[in-house]
Design a protein around this ligand. Sequence first.
Ligand code: FVH
Length: 291
Amino acid sequence: MEENISGLTLLGLGTMGTALAHAWLAAGHPLTVWNRTPGRAKPLVGRGARIAASAAEAVAANRLVVTCLLDDASVGETLDGVDLAGRDLVNLTTGTPAQGRARAVWAAERGARFLDGGIMAVPPMIGVQEAGAFVLYSGSHDLFDEHRDTLAVPAHPVHVGEDAGYAALHDVALLSAMTGMFAGIAHAFALLRREKEISPREFAPMLAGWLTAMTSSAYSTADQLESGDYTRNVTSNLAMMVEGNATMLRTAEEQGVSAELLTPFMTLMERRLADGHGDEDTTGVIDLILH
Ligand code: FVH
């Protein structure tokens, strides 16, 4: 295990990279930074960071090298031709599972150990322990354990598998669920938008409370998937929910709101019902969208 306060290198000082840098510096970690646009590194000097003149110089400074760049292509560009032998590369750049796996192979070919990461936070949550931020990591568990203390500084570290693609896969799964939730929130506010007597601010706590109560469906869906029985512990079955969809669609029409944020999911529910699964939960929709 490493000592609690060990040095590291950070490549990339965008909004997220800068937040990471502040967290490690505040925790007393000696930090070497590099950014393509050098001006973004200057404010960190007063906080104790060492600025490297090139990515190669930054990588040479520490065994642990963290990248937080725009995308996978910018990681490749930044590290092109840089000697990575003996380095532990931790990539906190958002990418796809395939990019994570390919980057792991690429790093190994250059003599580096590799962890891929997915940051589940926005920059103000970084370094704030009670903010609920976490970072998903995948790749060697031993490597993760070696650097766990340092990785825990910006946000709670969670190892999700030895497969280097799993951090990105979990990351994108969570972001996809969030996107569906944003679509639902947008539709709900649209329904109320023209009502002068309903204040969005007053409606917000009701909406947030309702969504929170409904999150238990993640557990029942998981249970149904693992048991293979999509009728298990169903509280509202598909037949009933499709009936409810009709009311939601009619209300959208009455309120002058397009239902386009809802209809893709509703269409799949109807297909599953037409296939004779009215006694199930919505879990069967998952089978319909698997290619
Ligand atoms: N900000 C957020 O809310 C999200 C939260 C979840 C995770 N993401 C991911 O974190 C990565 C970095 O995001 P960011 O917010 O720091 O992004 P930017 O502020 O746009 O900074 C981008 C940095 O990448 C550098 N860069 C871009 N292209 C290249 C390149 N070809 N070669 C070298 N560096 C490059 C850029 O440098 P510069 O423009 O200052 O010169 C910034 O340092 C990202 O994967 C998010 O998805 C953040």
